[in-house]
Design a protein around this ligand. Structure first.
Ligand code: ADP
Length: 257
């Protein structure tokens, strides 16, 4: 068994104001193995973004522990890449200048890192648009540019907070498959937050269902879709897709009752 890259044990968190306390997470536990793509699905307002903020180190849990392990079992704090709902590309910078922004800020604009960004742009069909402004790109291309900006920093763990929700449905289907393929090719470990069950099943190796607020882990299932390696068949057409959909839908509907 591989050692998990990320392990959360009994994480709880509440928001406090002068008037009220809002419990957001209650004893949440799960792990992610290196190279795994895990999706977390839960009802709106259940605490998904709070959970990502805790994993990203932006919020400290009130209870529980969060640990990151190297393959040899030693603990470390990994480089985390965060992809948000909007691409947040700067309009006054070209696509290339946006893609190297993180490297620039971190003063890591080395010839090797620049070469890597240009290679990613070539691999993912953005190279010929590198001198354009973001407004000249389609929604999907903007998301690809944002992902390249994130991958440029060579993160160990990618956090994806509903990264396709600003796209229209048609675009969303192709862009999510595209982005997923890029992440898989890069061998990165990824944690995706989404409220779209089909998206979670078609992209992830494992899906975790959260309960209503305060979120707890309600259900968890590994996804195995039988698609031949060279198949152009979309994961949504795999024979097992409907089975997983019904299984997870039931867990979520239970939640709604
Ligand atoms: P989700 O991402 O699943 O929609 P969030 O993690 O954003 O849910 O929020 C979980 C709950 O915590 C929600 O009920 C939300 O209203 C509440 N919440 C989020 N941020 C704050 C905050 N800064 N102060 C108080 N309550 C908050």
């Amino acid at each position: 068994m591989p050692k998990p890259l990320l392990e959360l044990k009994d994480i709880s968190y509440s928001y406090h104001s002068l008037l009220a306390e809002t419990p957001a997470l209650s004893h949440v536990s799960f792990h992610i193995n290196p190279g795994e793509f895990v999706a977390i699905v839960g009802p709106s307002g259940c605490g998904k973004s709070t959970l990502l903020s805790i994993v990203a180190g932006l919020l400290a849990p009130e209870e529980g522990t969060i640990s990151f392990q190297n393959p040899d079992g030693s603990l470390h704090y990994p480089k985390i890449g965060y992809m948000l709902q909007r691409d947040h590309l700067f309009e006054w910078r070209t696509v290339y200048q946006n893609a190297v922004l993180g490297l620039e800020i971190k003063k890591q604009l080395t010839p090797e890192n620049i070469e890597n960004v240009l290679k990613l742009m070539k691999d993912y069909d953005l190279y010929k648009f590198k001198d354009k402004k973001p407004s000249e790109l389609s929604g999907g291309m903007k998301q690809r540019a944002a992902l390249i900006r994130t991958l440029a920093l060579n993160p160990t763990l990618l956090l994806l907070d509903e990264p396709f929700s600003a796209l229209d449905y048609q675009t969303r289907l192709t862009v999510s498959a595209d982005i997923c393929q890029i992440i898989r090719k890069s061998g990165k470990t990824a944690l995706l937050i989404t409220h779209d069950l089909s998206e979670a099943i078609s992209l992830a190796d494992r899906v975790i269902i959260l309960s209503h607020r305060p979120a707890t882990v309600k259900f968890e299932v590994p996804i195995h879709l039988s698609l031949p390696e060279d198949s152009s068949l979309a994961p949504r057409n795999a024979p097992e897709f409907q089975y997983y959909f019904n299984l997870l839908w039931e867990a979520l509907s239970d939640e709604k009752k």
